[in-house]
Design a protein around this ligand. Structure first.
Ligand code: SF4
Length: 394
């Protein structure tokens, strides 16, 4: 029963711990010992782990996490370069990076990764593995001490019990509270969730589920309706709701039905949780600066069937063309696809990214800021296009 509960924690709410290091440093053995499962294939053959392996895991006493095992950083096989690039992408969404060192000590390759992690301001630790058979040089230990890098010596073959607490001590937790301190006991919150062609069959999407759970945690009450039933629901309530949270797609319709109740969207709640609302608000202003021929990139963090009234590929572009009256070129990405350098775009519009952790979303924001490309969010764009004021609840 406990196992089921932990398995159900969505990926977007789990911090990511990534094990990196040179080939044969024992990354896979460490993960297998930690999880007490054969997550990765282990062998003496250098470079056994080719593509990254992911495992959802309950890290006692910390909580649910995602573990990544990665290919060796010194992989010289024909596909090595691609694998290292894939590893670097995983590092960007990592809340904690575990650099595993063995026979080579802290190699030059390891030092290059350390520089990358320091530049990206990532939490990382060093594990000196195979402590049962290797004597790590004083030079390597001093290197860690001088650079304030936490390290631990152990052997995946013998005992990794000290690693659980060590990981827990250094991992950066994922923020998880959509409403922060906004809700009080006995508040009523109305959620508006259109069940249209693009809604997943037989279930609600993660931001809706997350909101309901947090409302219950606050001892407030959640009501949920489709846009067409909203007016009727409000008529039935004998107390004014504290807040309405709408799906971005239904925002215009909802705003027309209510004028005296604070209003926000799931997308904006997610933007505050996973992104940077100040950056996104500024990014939305760029809609007024777009010119003919400008490129706008619309990004969704999950893949789904594109339907005739798709928010990302149909409704948003149509509404932006109408608002700007410019000939804008739209491009789209889904899931983990994202340009390394988004400089060719004049604006980037992102979904609520409920499937991502904050580290991944923030790395996208950083890429945009570095390339001087404004970035905003679906909910903020829709509110601007429709001149709807949203309540800032944080
Ligand atoms: S499009 Fe974005 S916000 Fe919507 S369900 Fe997918 S990941 Fe979540």
């Amino acid at each position: 029963m406990t196992y089921t509960k932990f398995c159900q924690t969505p990926r977007g709410l789990r911090p990511v711990i990534t094990f990196v290091g040179c080939c044969n440093s024992g990354k896979s053995s460490l993960i297998n010992a930690l999880t007490k499962q054969k997550v990765s294939i282990v062998s003496e053959v250098s470079g056994t782990t080719t593509d990254a392996v992911m495992k959802a895991f309950e890290l006692v006493p910390f909580g649910p996490v995602i573990l990544y095992d990665t290919a060796g950083l010194d992989d010289t096989s024909p596909l090595g370069e691609k694998r290292i690039k894939a590893t670097m992408k995983i590092l960007e969404k990592s809340n904690l990076v575990v650099l595993v060192c063995a026979e080579k000590g802290v190699s030059q390759t390891d030092k290059d990764v350390i520089t990358f992690l320091q530049q990206k301001k990532k939490n990382f630790i060093v594990v000196f593995n195979k402590n049962d058979s290797l004597n790590f040089s004083q030079k390597d230990i001093l290197f860690c001490e001088k650079n304030n890098i936490p390290f631990i010596k152990l052997s995946a073959k013998q005992d990794v019990s000290s690693l659980y607490q060590f990981l827990g001590d250094y991992i950066k937790p994922e923020p998880s509270n959509l409403f922060e301190t906004y809700l009080n006991k006995e508040d009523i919150v109305v959620l508006v969730a259109p069940i249209d062609e693009s809604a997943p069959k037989g279930r609600l999407i993660l931001p809706q589920v997350q909101a309901i759970r947090e409302i219950l945690d606050a001892h407030a009450t959640a009501f949920i309706a489709q846009p067409s039933e909203l007016k009727n629901l409000l008529k039935c309530l004998n107390k004014k709701p504290r807040l309405i949270v709408s799906d971005s797609q239904a925002l215009k319709q909802v705003a027309q039905s209510v004028s005296d109740i604070p209003l926000t969207t799931f997308s904006v709640l997610m933007a505050s949780l996973k992104g940077d609302l100040t950056v996104f608000n500024k990014g939305a202003e760029q809609l007024d600066e777009l010119q003919d021929g400008d490129r706008v990139l619309i990004c969704e963090s999950c893949s789904h069937k594109i339907c005739s009234d798709d928010i990302a590929q149909v409704k948003l572009p149509k509404a932006i063309l109408k608002y700007t009256n410019r000939k804008i070129i739209f491009e789209y990405t889904h899931g983990s696809d994202f340009p390394d350098n988004p400089a060719k775009y004049k604006l980037l519009i992102h979904c609520g990214a409920c499937m991502f952790n904050r580290e991944e979303m923030m790395s996208r924001i950083q890429k945009c800021l570095k390339a001087n490309v404004p970035i905003t969010n679906f909910g903020l764009v829709i509110s601007k296009l429709n001149h709807i004021h949203l309540t800032d609840i944080r």
